[in-house]
Ligand binder design. Sequence first.
Ligand SMILES: *Cc1c(COP(=O)(O)O)cnc(C)c1O
Length: 423
Amino acid sequence: MPSSEELHKRRTAAVARGVSSVVPSYVESAGGGTLRDVDGREWIDFASGIAVTNVGNSAPRVVEAVREQAGRFTHTCFMVAPYESYVAVCEQLIALTPGEFEKRAALFNSGAEAVENAVKIARHATGRPAVVVFDHAYHGRTNLTMALTAKVMPYKHRFGPFAPEVYRVPMSYPLRDGGLSGPDAAMRAIDVIEKQVGGANVAAVLIEPIQGEGGFVVPAPGFLPAIAAWARGAGAVFVADEIQTGFCRTGAWFASEHEGVEPDLVTTAKGMGGGLPIAGVVGRAELMDAVHAGGLGGTYGGNPLACAAALAAIETMRELDLAAAARRIEARILPALERLAAADAGIGEARGRGAMLAIELVKPGGIEPDAARTTAVVRACHDAGLLVLTCGTYGNVLRFLPPLVIGEREVDRGLEILEAALR
Ligand SMILES: *Cc1c(COP(=O)(O)O)cnc(C)c1O
């Protein structure tokens, strides 16, 4: 097998520079909470391919389901000749998302595509143009979702012009908004919506219940319910982007549950497919069914292999109770992060829920972001064999997203490496 160094040379000559990688090591195999590279090094996986392999890599049920499906048929296009597994995935989305009301679902290939379709559905159903999004939001890299995403570098720089009728309002960010309460932060956002957009023009309010790329920002309690209540009153569709938070990641099937919020629409992807590309929009039947026949779809949306994988992944989450596993990961990692934060004036905060945890690095004595130290710590982690990612508008957040099936030994080893890297 070629070495990572050899592969990197080939890559530089063949793969566009715009597609970059976090580590220079090429993967040979992966499973549970570790990856092995082609040079024979083992990595502890605190990334899960960005919150995708919640059930672990090559989870046995997923492998078996994909193998079986590949032997029967690989593609017919659901819009041409339908098949049961697509229907079954929609039934699961309906059963697992919060809200007892009548729902419908539709399947797509990527998170960005799900978000685009949620906006299409909300605009069609309401007949209104405006979409409200939040500071630090991340919703994807297609043209509409770039407009919905907050951060210019690297996501939007020189890629405009962007889609119109997107309005950004302040987020609840307890470390950086002077500790505004959830309801007060919601009032601040609602005031901007009412004064600058007008409730009657809003098709959708789109929000990540816990922000992902934007910095693992957990809004203050009461923020999400207040925003959802305002949307209901204004006749706007409340859309929860649960692409990163969904499928047991935060210790519940969906993060909206922690605040008792029942979104009108939910977008899902990432952890849903056990590693295969699949995404969904699920929500109120009267919104979903407002769109005319043929108005939604795509060649590959809900591909049979991806549906088989999603059903197997969901079964695995149920069988192993991976929501409880995420809560156990939180109980093991978060207190350790809090201890590190208490002893290190450069850690502004340890935060997160379930297996979606982070520390935000700051200059001692205040909250000025320390991106340089963040980069250095991440590099030291990589050198020691711990795969971690950064995030945040200021590039100063270290995020921890282990597969939910990771062992305690790997978690503890990962924390040891992190502690040494911080030192
Ligand atoms: C990753 C992500 C997306 C985009 O998903 P892709 O599959 O990369 O298109 C959208 N929203 C959130 C919250 C995400 O984390």
